[in-house]
Design a protein around this ligand. Structure first.
Ligand code: PMP
Length: 435
C-alpha cells in the first residue's frame, strides 16, 4: 500500500497559509491528496514520501524533454549566471524570435509573454485592433486560459467547485467573474460547420476573431472533422475575421511547427506556451506582419515586467534546438511510444472487457471510460464516466504511474520502452481492481 503521509501533512500545513493549498485550482482535485514533489528526473517524478512514478502528467504539458533535462538545465544555468532578467533588451530575445518565425508557419513576427493565458489576451486584443470589431467566436469545451474575457465552457471535471458548463448561454467560468466580461463572446459547438457558417455570414461585421484549439485537446482530444479547420480558414479570410489557432498544447508537440504545420492550415495568429519553455514560464503570439505591425507601431499595448527574460528565452531556445535535432527524431520517438502505449491500452480494454475510448494525436491522448463507441463531440465527452477515471488515476499511483485525473496524457522525449511496459502492466492491474 502506497503511503502518502508526508504529502498529506504538507497539504494540511500549506492550507494554513496558501489559499486552497495549491497554486492553480485544478491541482486540488488530485486524490488521495495533492502530491508534493521532492524531485524529478527524465520521465520520473519522486514525491516527498519516497514514492517514484512514471510521469504522464508532465506538469500539465510543458515538460516535453522530461524533468531536469541535462542540456536544458545547462542552458538555463548558463543564462542565470549572466543575470536572470534585465528589463532592457538582450540577444536571447532576438535569437528566440528568429527561431519562432522560422518554425511557426504563420509567424512573420512574434511577441513574448509568460503564460498561455497572456498570449491569448494579446491575440484577442490584436484581432480587435486589426478589425475594429469586438466579438469573438470560441467553442464549447475549448480552453484558452483563465482571463475574464474568455473563461467559460471549460470542461471542469477535475476542478473542484465549478460545474461543467455545456449550455448555450455564455456564463462565467467561475464565481467572481463579471458576466459583462463575456459579453463579446459567442459560444458555438465545435466541428459544426453549419453553425459556424451561418453565424459568421450573418454577424461578420461585428466579429473580430475565431479562436480555436486545432484539436480539442482540453476536452477528449477530439480531432477536427474533415474540412473543418479549412472552413474556418476560408470563411475568416473571406469575411475579414482573424483566425487564432491556440496551440498552447499542440505547439512544439505535434511537430516543430505544431498543428498548423501538421494540418497545413495557416492561421492569422498563433498562441504557443507550455512545451515551448520545456518547463520554464514563457509563451508567444506569432502572426502575419499586417497584424503584428500593431505591436510594432505601438498601436496595441503589450506589457509584462518579466516578458522575454533571459532565463525563459534561453530555455525556449534550448528546447527548440533539442526538438529540431536529428531531423525531428524527438517527435518520432514520442509518437512511436505513444502509439505503442495506446495500442496496448486498447488491447487491455478488450482483454478486460472494459468499455473505453482513447482519442489520440501524436504524443497526446485522452483516455475515457464510456459505453459509447466513439467520442467525437463535447456532449459525448461530458457523458464519459469521469468519476471512474479519477478513481483509475488514484489507483495508478499505487502502481507507480502519475496521470492527470481528467484523462489527458502527455509523453516526453525522456520516456522509454521500459516505461511503457511498466505502464501497461500497471493499467492491467488497475483495470482488474476497478471491476
Ligand atoms: N490555451 C490552451 C489551449 C491551454 O491548454 C492552456 C492551458 N492548459 C492555456 C491556453 C492557458 O495557458 P496557461 O496555463 O499557461 O496560462
Amino acid at each position: 500500500m502506497t503511503v502518502f503521509e508526508t504529502s498529506k501533512t504538507k497539504f494540511a500545513e500549506s492550507r494554513n497559509y496558501l489559499a486552497g493549498g495549491v497554486s492553480s485550482s485544478l491541482r486540488a482535485s488530485m486524490k488521495p491528496v495533492p502530491l508534493y514533489a521532492a524531485s524529478g528526473k527524465g520521465s520520473h517524478i519522486r514525491d516527498v514520501d519516497g514514492n517514484e512514478y512514471v510521469d504522464y502528467m508532465l506538469a500539465y504539458g510543458p515538460l516535453i524533454l522530461g524533468h531536469a533535462h541535462d542540456g536544458l538545465t545547462e542552458s538555463i544555468l548558463e543564462a542565470m549566471r549572466k543575470g536572470y532578467t534585465y528589463g532592457v533588451q538582450h540577444q536571447g530575445e532576438i535569437e528566440l524570435a528568429q527561431l519562432l518565425c522560422e518554425v511557426l508557419p504563420c509567424a512573420d513576427k512574434v511577441s513574448l509573454s509568460g503564460s498561455g493565458t497572456e498570449a491569448v489576451m494579446l491575440a484577442l486584443r490584436l484581432a480587435r485592433a486589426h478589425t475594429g470589431r469586438s466579438k469573438v467566436i470560441r467553442f464549447h469545451g475549448h480552453y484558452h486560459g483563465w482571463s475574464d474575457a474568455i473563461f467559460t465552457s471549460f470542461p471542469s471535471a477535475d476542478m473542484k467547485g465549478h460545474a461543467a458548463n455545456n449550455d448555450a448561454a455564455v456564463s462565467p467560468g467561475t464565481n467572481g467573474q463579471s458576466a459583462n466580461s463575456l459579453s463579446d463572446v459567442i459560444l458555438l459547438p465545435w466541428n459544426d460547420k453549419a453553425a459556424l457558417e451561418s453565424t459568421l455570414r450573418t454577424r461578420h461585421l461585428e466579429i473580430a476573431a475565431v479562436i480555436t484549439e486545432p484539436v480539442m485537446c482540453n476536452s477528449g482530444c477530439i480531432l477536427p472533422e474533415e474540412g473543418y479547420l479549412e472552413l474556418i480558414r476560408d470563411l475568416t479570410k473571406e469575411l475579414g475575421i482573424v483566425m487564432i489557432m491556440d496551440e498552447v498544447i499542440t505547439g512544439f508537440r505535434l511537430g516543430i511547427g505544431g498543428a498548423q504545420e501538421k494540418f497545413g492550415i495557416t492561421p492569422d495568429l498563433v498562441t504557443v506556451g507550455k512545451a515551448l519553455g520545456g518547463g520554464i514560464a514563457i509563451s508567444a503570439v506569432g502572426g502575419r506582419e499586417a497584424i503584428m505591425k500593431l505591436v510594432d507601431d505601438g498601436v496595441v499595448s503589450h506589457l509584462g515586467t518579466l516578458n522575454g527574460n533571459g532565463v525563459s528565452t534561453a530555455a525556449a531556445i534550448a528546447t527548440i534546438r533539442e526538438l529540431r535535432k536529428d531531423n525531428g527524431a524527438a517527435f518520432a520517438h514520442i509518437e512511436g511510444l505513444t502509439g505503442t502505449l495506446v495500442e496496448g491500452i486498447r488491447l487491455l480494454f478488450k482483454q478486460h472487457d472494459v468499455p473505453g475510448v482513447i482519442n489520440q494525436i501524436g504524443p497526446v491522448f485522452n483516455f475515457m471510460f464510456t459505453e459509447e463507441a466513439e467520442i467525437r463531440g463535447f456532449d459525448a465527452y461530458n457523458r464519459r464516466d469521469s468519476a471512474k477515471y479519477a478513481r483509475f488515476a488514484e489507483l495508478m499511483l499505487d502502481e507507480g504511474v502519475l496521470v492527470r485525473p481528467n484523462g489527458l496524457w502527455y509523453m516526453s522525449t525522456a520516456h522509454s520502452e521500459a516505461d511503457i511496459k511498466k505502464t501497461l502492466a500497471a493499467i492491467g492491474n488497475v483495470l482488474l481492481k476497478l471491476k
